[in-house]
Write a new protein. Structure first.
Length: 303
């Protein structure tokens, strides 16, 4: 059974319950409090420096850096803040960063024995293995959050297929902006306006070198205007009934650019971007980045 099949599996009593009734849990529901407390205690055991830094980040006063006291201090005000503790743990632990970015997982002895047997796994007792258990715990508990292995933090859970597509786009040159947009959209503390800004920057980073490579102060608005006015000079990989017309691309870029109402403070249309706008913007941006970086948008051949 693949990881996605396991994630989609439901106990018998819930298999035919509507999607609305299967809504993910925000915050920390009662059934997750003790497992999360235990995970934090075990992860921070014998790590006073990291515990002390987390306490400072969480604004919890401790006489000495003890994980149990940290958990008690956080839970006393709001158990949902335990997710913030985990978020800070993932963000501050340089040992975890080393394992994820440098050391990496190890080949498994049983690789290839069955489809569900992984080819690689984190060493027993490693920090990454502990984070993997955390991710499984959050999934099993129906949490609305999961581990973001790239940003080393928690993010809002999204459809696996959508996440894979976005992950592929993030590996391209514009990935830095897409990752920032993703974190600002699906992180523990969303910032829709920042997310929309970064989505715009990601598409600019991917499209300007293709469409306006000689410009010095180009914007997505100028890319949009050029593709609209010189549409006969460009084509899409999918020809369709319109011979590869870039009209659909122009519409998509226009939707993203004109929907960026937070870019001009003081204008009559100015307002902060909404969360639903940010979510749509980042997925639209991921598609556009992929198109521009893979040659799906290209100059039309003459003749």
């Amino acid at each position: 059974m693949s990881d996605q099949e396991n994630a989609d599996w439901q106990p018998l009593s819930r298999r035919h319950v509507s999607t609305r009734e299967q809504a993910l849990f925000e915050g920390v529901p009662d059934h997750l409090i003790h497992p999360l407390n235990t995970w934090i205690d075990e992860y921070l055991a014998d790590r006073p420096k990291l515990t002390g830094r987390i306490a400072l980040q969480m604004r919890v006063a401790l006489d000495y850096p003890d994980p149990e006291l940290l958990v008690e201090g956080v839970s006393a005000s709001d158990p949902a803040l335990l997710l913030d503790v985990v978020d800070v743990v993932l963000h501050l632990d340089k040992g975890l960063w080393w394992e994820l970015d440098v050391a990496g997982p190890e080949p498994t002895m049983e690789a290839g024995a069955a489809e569900w047997v992984p080819d690689f796994s984190w060493p027993k007792g490693s920090k990454a293995a502990a984070v993997e258990r955390l991710d499984e715990m959050l999934m099993d508990a129906g949490s609305a959050f999961e581990v973001d292995w790239h940003q080393r933090c928690l993010q809002r859970r999204v459809d696996a297929t959508v996440a894979i597509a976005a992950d592929q786009a993030m590996s391209l040159d514009a990935g830095q902006h897409l990752r920032a947009a993703w974190a600002a959209t699906y992180g523990r503390h969303p910032d829709p306006s920042k997310a929309y800004d970064e989505a715009i920057r990601a598409v600019e980073a991917a499209s300007i070198p293709v469409v306006l490579p000689r410009g010095t102060r180009e914007t997505l608005g100028k890319v949009h205007a050029h593709l609209r006015d010189a549409s006969d000079k460009w084509e899409l990989a999918i020809e369709g009934a319109n011979d590869g017309s870039v009209a659909p691309l122009t519409e998509m870029i226009g939707l993203l650019w004109k929907g960026h109402v937070a870019r001009h403070a003081g204008s009559p249309a100015f307002r902060p971007q909404r969360q639903d706008e940010a979510q749509m913007a980042i997925h639209l941006a991921a598609t556009l980045v992929h198109w521009f970086r893979t040659g799906a948008v290209r100059p039309r051949k003459s003749g």
